[in-house]
Design a binder for this molecule. Structure first.
Ligand SMILES: Cc1ncc(COP(=O)(O)O)c(C=O)c1O
Length: 350
């Protein structure tokens, strides 16, 4: 696949990206996204802009996110974080609902369900490799991260989806480590939650929830306010009047963050997720090959020893060690030179 930008152009658009291998923590914005946030701050400072002028950015981001996932924007709600939007789904499940999750699941997906245990939610934890077996008749839902943040492992989502369908259980997917580089059938899950501040190169403060058609009626608009009303103008008094579409789940928008998200998603769409995915996997596997490791389907390279962390840091690399292993996340703005310099340091540290 011919990539739509050369490395020099990428370095101009992501000036801080040299040696940055930490997108699993947070992604770096393209210049246009940082500029959009600065422009918002300038408008805010003058006070001469009506807030209504800022509202379309959220819808533009919703449209772009829906296009990236291949779903209808009318099925996408906007919020602030993964945990907030998962909380909305967890809080809508009936008392006695049985939810299956991996025992090492990221807390922003796990805690919203555990927090509902007092209300009568039955949370069953299983090792990731036995998640499929834990889905049985009587399971209400299975919730899982498509890509695990501490290891980069891409879970067998097709097998989970099949087991869930066989048990008439819902699928709740955390795609925070997937959206932006991984192209899968997102539409085939019941709920997909994504915070775009990692692989979608957006600021903190924005998130999306895809709700499969037919599942909206089961959800309670727990964070609804004026912004979740049909015309976004139901400012005072009852009765409750919510938007028809999934927009009824929207949380009032964090304006500067949506300005940045809209600009970032525009760039992601211009490049295209398949091109990003291919670039990321090619470079991550170049690094793995240099280290004698097997090829993988993840742009997150996990190394058991953290010995090289200090040397990498001295050489200007940014990496992390979330669970005692060295985690190197390779994204669009990483270059072949980054891989080769990191490789030299890693080999020396062995
Ligand atoms: C798998 C996964 N889900 C969710 C999040 C973020 O959750 P929240 O937006 O609730 O902070 C992260 C990383 O921070 C993550 O790795």
């Amino acid at each position: 696949m011919k990539l739509p930008r050369d490395e020099a152009a990428i370095r101009r658009e992501w000036p801080g990206a040299g040696g940055y291998l930490n997108t699993a923590a947070y992604g770096l914005p393209p210049l246009s996204a940082a500029a959009a946030m600065r422009a918002w701050i300038d408008e805010w400072q003058t006070g001469r802009v009506s807030f209504s002028a800022w509202l379309p950015t959220t819808d533009a981001a919703r449209d772009a996110f829906a296009a990236i996932l291949g779903v209808d924007p009318a099925d996408v709600a906007t919020g602030a974080s993964v945990s907030q939007l998962v909380g909305l789904v967890a809080g809508s499940l009936p008392v006695g609902a049985r939810v299956v999750l991996a025992e090492d699941e990221f807390s922003s997906l796990l805690f919203p369900f555990l927090a509902q245990a007092a209300r009568g939610l039955d949370v069953e934890l299983a090792p990731t490799e036995r998640l499929v077996d834990a889905i049985r008749p009587g399971t209400t839902a299975v919730a899982f991260s498509l890509v695990k943040s501490h290891s980069g492992e891409l879970v067998d989502h097709a097998a989970i989806r099949e087991a869930a369908a066989a048990a008439s259980a819902m699928t709740i997917v955390d795609a925070a480590q997937a959206c932006g580089w991984l192209d899968v059938d997102y539409w085939s899950f019941d709920f997909v939650v994504c915070a775009p501040f990692k692989w979608l190169m957006s600021p903190r403060g924005t998130s999306f929830l895809y709700v499969r058609p037919g599942r909206l009626d089961g959800l309670i608009s727990a964070a609804a306010g004026w912004y979740a009303s049909e015309g976004r103008n139901a400012y005072y008094g009852g009765p409750l009047r919510l938007a028809e579409s999934t927009r009824r789940l929207d949380m009032s928008p964090a304006w500067p963050s949506w300005a940045g998200t809209t600009a970032a998603l525009k760039v992601i769409r211009e490049i295209g997720v398949p091109a990003i995915g291919e670039h990321n996997l090619r470079l991550a596997n170049r690094l793995r090959a240099g280290l004698g490791l097997a090829t993988s389907n993840s742009p997150i390279v996990l190394l058991p020893s953290v010995d090289a962390a200090a040397a990498l840091s001295r050489a200007g690399f940014v990496v992390s060690a979330p669970s005692g292993s060295l985690r190197l996340s390779v994204h669009w703005y990483s270059s072949a030179d980054d891989m080769d310099s990191a490789l030299e340091i890693l080999k020396e540290a062995r």
